[in-house]
Ligand binder design. Sequence first.
Ligand code: ZN
Length: 235
Amino acid sequence: MEQTELLWQYQKADMAADSFETEMKRNPNRIALKKNREFLVEQQNAVKRIEDEVAEMVDRVDVIKLAIARMEEQLTTLNQRMQDTPPEDLSAAQDLNHDAQKLLTDLTGFEQEMKRIQNDAADRDKMEKEIRMKYAKVKAQYNQQKIDYEIEYKAQLKELEEKRRGALEKAQAIDETLLQRYQTIKLHCTPPVAKMYGDQCGGCNMSLPQVTLRKIKNGAKIIECETCGRMIIQM
Ligand SMILES: [Zn+2]
């Protein structure tokens, strides 16, 4: 068999293996599996975020608790002082009253913040529970999908290997330089080999220049398309 014919046969087998591999990647079960895996990771991240937020809240609550305890102490001290040494005049009484009011206002503020944080924490707790439930459901589905897909994938992989082996066998009798040229062109243009249709490249459909056509007339079996870089074979 001529080199051009061998190359053409090899390309057929090589392209068939490539498109089978592409099909494998587009397998709906594989895509569904990937989608579920991404979803699970997202949920894990969401739970992590909530846990971080709750940890921050717990820290803040500790700070507030300390502040409240300190203010209560100050209030007690203030009351004690008022009982022990009642203010001597109106202005002293007003000062004490002002201090006590200020403490009470701050205390109320902190208590309100504490309540807000507790509500937020309860909301997050609820959110986390919902996420965990959803997660468990999808995870179970994902595990089964994974088992099913692995069986399917193994069978497909075997088929792909057969196709690759078939292509390799067809490559055996092709000149090494020709094969290398094929692989180089394939990196940017596929399929790398085209036939000639009329005076056009069968790959990019551009008309070939006279100088190239003359080479064919003079018996060249393989020429290069100046437009797409493909090998054009004459069979
Ligand atoms: Zn071309």
